[in-house]
Design a protein. Structure first.
Length: 140
């Protein structure tokens, strides 16, 4: 319902006929926003101010450098996302390799403070569970 009123408001705002008349905006008791040419009786309404067609200057906007700045930001964000996806892919491959080793090798050892210690079966099962959870949470 909200989308309907928003669409209706945008259509009214963009139509040439609405440029000549005032448009009123108000919110009813249920929280629904309304737009109409007549103000509601007994309720506070605000007048929607429409910019005049001459106020829009697309050429000035294009020459201001705003689009170029946005494109640079977009490239930077895309680069960061690609880097994160690559890192996640490497992490997932390593986690799957670790999981396979944990499942297939009952005699695993780890280095703790310079010493090699063997994992017992409960520690191995805990590591399998942790690794499975990491894969389920982070990998597709």
């Amino acid at each position: 319902m909200r989308a309907f009123f928003l669409t209706a408001g945008l259509l009214i705002g963009l139509s040439p006929l609405s440029m000549a008349a005032q448009i009123y905006k108000w919110v009813d008791a249920q929280g629904v926003t309304h737009f109409d040419a007549q103000p509601p009786s007994g309720q506070q309404a605000t007048i929607v101010v429409m910019p005049s067609p001459s106020a829009a200057k697309p050429a000035a906007f294009l020459n201001s450098g705003t689009i170029g700045d946005q494109q640079a930001i977009d490239k930077k964000v895309k680069k960061q996302v690609a880097k994160q996806q690559t890192e996640l892919k490497v992490f997932c491959e390593q986690a799957r390799t670790n999981l396979a080793q944990l499942r297939n090798n009952p005699r695993l050892r780890e280095e703790v403070e310079g010493e090699l210690r063997r994992l017992d079966d409960t520690q191995r099962q805990e590591r399998i569970g942790e690794t499975q959870k990491q894969i389920a949470d982070n990998c597709m």
